[in-house]
Ligand binder design. Sequence first.
Ligand code: ATP
Ligand code: MG
Length: 717
Amino acid sequence: RRAAGASYLVGLNPEQREAVETVEGPLLVLAGAGTGKTRVLTTRIAHILSLGLAWPSQILAVTFTNKAAREMKERIGGIVGEEVEGMPWLGTFHSIGVRMLRRHAELVGLRSGFTILDTDDQIRLLKQILQAEDIDDKRWPAKMLASTIDGWKNRGLTPEQVPAGEGATFANGRGKMLYAAYQARLKALNAVDFGDLLLEGIRLLRENPDVLAEYHRRFRFILVDEYQDTNVAQYLWLRLLAQGSRNVCCVGDDDQSIYGWRGAEVDNILRFESDFPGAKVIRLERNYRSTGHILGAAGHLIAHNEGRLGKTLFSEGAHGEKVTVTGAWDSQEEARAIGEEIEDLQRQGHSLSDIAILVRASFQMREFEERFVTLGLNYRVVGGPRFYERAEIRDAMAYLRCIAQPADDLAFERIVNVPKRGLGDVALRQIHEQARAAGVPLQEAARQLVGSDALKPKVRLSLMDLVQSFERWREQAAQMPQNQLAEIVLDESGYTGMWQKDRSADAAGRLDNLKELVRSMEPFENLTGFLEHVSLVMDTEGAAGQDAVSLMTLHSAKGLEFDTVFLPGWEEGLFPNQRALDEQGRAGLEEERRLAYVGLTRARYRAKVYFASNRRIHGLWQSSVPSRFLDELPDGHVEVTESKGGTGWGGGQANGASRRYGYGPSRFDQAETFGSTYSTPGWQRAQAAKGGSFGGRSGGAGGSGGFAEPASRFGGV
Ligand code: ATP
Ligand code: MG
């Protein structure tokens, strides 16, 4: 078979080559961004296959996303050709976990064909359990219990293993008992949740030595990408499997650990050497991805973190263009300026698929999506739905549709029991029957039912409340700006409250999205105009298979690379995120900084950072403080530019704590931005309202002022 001179080895540097060829024994590749870690993994698999050291089915390879798994498969195929009939054990922890459990379901008390519960099912089940235990779901929400249990599962703890006293806060110390009850219910239903995929896998391997032995024989080689983001359960699972052949290769970068909030533990990297004594550690130091300026900027930034393992990183390529930092007046102008830069790049012959916009929070996407629709630029949202397709946005829109279009049955069905108000399937069926009998839309049928005595008293009261609310909102719609109406509707319907009470990790992001939705309504004359606008935006199909700009969060950009990367929203409170700033200690802030490092190092040739001097929240101007990360970028690698948008408030006018970027103009405490024309930028109106005075400093104190919220119904994020 092919040997040492094989073509796929040519071009690797000596360290990479060593990592590829060291197939026996434990190996840790610890290296910075863009040094070829993923490439080493891929080539290593190809190497193993072409030397005939293993069959494709004898290799276990873990990637962080399904997309990464597909790409790796393709690349391996590209090297070794059709010899690879796919690799059944190449995938994410979850996908491999399912596969393993399916083969041995009965050994962990499941039947084959077990179901995997999604989050909604999980919550519903936990609610039933709380009910059965007579625990008040209002005081002790099921979602809170769900995230406690997920946390335990991420740490590899079964109910019996949860240390006494842990989770004592939940329902006066009954958390552990509830966890056990939940697991028992899952078994009875022949179901697992996501956390179980590994937890049950661990139990399977621990309790069944023959099964473990079978996998030890099977997996001749184990490889793991993005090792820094494994959690304890994943780590335990891996360690069990790797004790067989001990041919385990993990690659990672402690500076890119960005999932601490989901239970990932960087310490797993440190444990590797103690768990696998004699493990070889290879460091890769040459970055092949980015130009010198980009690397210099990123390296300087991440050096502000304490507690790093420490790495050298250099690039032999050109210095290239400096990282640009651009101040825009507000987020709308930020989107406009980035849109123009993209059009410029396009005119110069760059293809859109080489361009990405990486945001800190998903709500930032909306402004870009709308701008791209206006410009006719193809874009795709990677790793998530587009803004108006998000569940919480669809819910909120459904309320608005019910107001503007009383005959919109789909919208009514969507929200009749969201949040839960006792109008479940039975009630909905009755409403449907009435609608059919009377030949009227659902909302009208509901109104008729409320006037009859066909419903149970409780149901009737609840439905009456909803029907009357819609009538009230419809009257109000004619009297107030649409965004104000939307805020009232989301508040009075209990929809905002539902997410405020929600303890799951994504609840805060959903609240941000709702705020962004309200904000986006500001320029519209009336509700109908806004709804039409959204259907137009929605109508532009996702750019599948076409040349398109990628729009995604920093978190989902891990491992990817683009010629040009735009990084908008570098403002205190947004990035670093407010929740990280509020946290005790440095951990949260350092994770944000690693995220910034991940962002910058996605770029091959151009990294373009933006910040807006003002973010408008609920029609209230909030001046924002440029991110501390901007100050951590070294002068020599950075160029501060004026926004092309024209109204830009660029850098260089420093008058505050921020060395180069100064603070934005003062807060405009006005409410006059509920304008009626779409074209006048809000700030001009604001300026007029204030007599054009821009002076003064931000009201917020250093770290956290910029994004501080005015007291509002949306509080509690
Ligand atoms: P990240 O930390 O961002 O996941 P990584 O360490 O996994 O990065 P890769 O994505 O494997 O890095 O490689 C970065 C880029 O450098 C890729 O485009 C890859 O093809 C290229 N590359 C890696 N090694 C070499 C090499 N020896 N010669 C030329 N190009 C290389
Ligand atoms: Mg990689």
